[in-house]
Design a binder for this molecule. Structure first.
Ligand code: MN
Length: 236
């Protein structure tokens, strides 16, 4: 019998999300995010995308940044321009490496509605100086997600995506405007990584991103998937 591993201190908890209609929770492995995946958002960021000559690019957020929908989070330190980004989130249910677009659906467990919260001031400085995006994106309590909605093998190709702050619409688009669609994201990301069950992929945000302040109530949804809500608390 193998001796039980003992640790110097308690290791970090496994992050997980509820699954609609099931008792089991969905354990989170990694969080990938697609950058600039809607044309109108790429333009508002001052970096239009020409898909004929550009590849998709990705960044990651640590699983420890995850918070469930309905949370109240602290306004984070070191920013004066904390932004919402409403996104369709893809939950991977099977492993895959160098997956073809034709087989990409086999990796889909389900979907969720998420917020890729961003220190826009730090992200833009990093971008313009050629530095990593980590402090702009990998933010404690900065990856917000709804329950996971099981849709095994389903490729979502359209559906309204929208976000309001205090009841005022800020983002309103459709996931049919994704520059790199679900099949393309899975196939391309799997050329860099062995995708694994528990991986989440935030697929990018449409136009209309903006800053929040303490007290703001954010609500968003992806048609046919789920809703997500977040309240911005006081600065730490
Ligand atoms: Mn994003």
């Amino acid at each position: 019998m193998t001796p039980m591993t003992t640790y110097l201190f308690n290791p970090p908890a496994i992050q997980s999300l509820p699954i609609r209609g099931q008792q089991e929770r969905f354990p989170i492995n990694r969080i990938f995010c697609v950058g600039r995946n809607y044309h109108a958002h790429a333009v508002e960021m001052g970096r239009p995308v020409d898909k004929s000559v550009e590849q998709a690019f990705y960044f990651t957020k640590s699983p420890q940044t995850l918070v469930e929908t309905g949370a109240t989070v602290d306004y984070p330190p070191a920013t004066h321009n904390y932004h919402f980004e409403m996104e369709l989130v893809l939950a991977i249910g099977k492993e895959g490496f160098r997956v073809s677009e034709a087989q990409a659906h086999e990796l889909v467990y389900g979907y969720a509605a998420g917020l890729d919260m961003t220190r826009r001031d730090l992200q833009l400085v990093a971008r313009d100086k050629g530095r990593p995006w980590d402090t702009g994106k990998d933010i404690e309590q900065g990856s917000v997600c709804s329950e996971i909605v099981p849709m095994p093998g389903v490729v979502i190709e359209n559906g309204a995506i929208a976000l309001e702050v205090n009841g005022v619409t800020k983002q309103s688009s459709n996931v049919d405007k994704l520059i790199w669609n679900i099949r393309e994201i899975i196939a391309d990301l799997s050329t860099y990584y062995h995708l694994q069950p528990g991986d989440l992929i935030y697929t990018g945000t449409p136009e209309g991103v903006g800053a929040v302040v303490t007290g703001d109530q954010i609500t968003g949804r992806v048609e046919g998937v789920a809703e997500v809500a977040l309240t911005i608390g006081a600065a730490e």
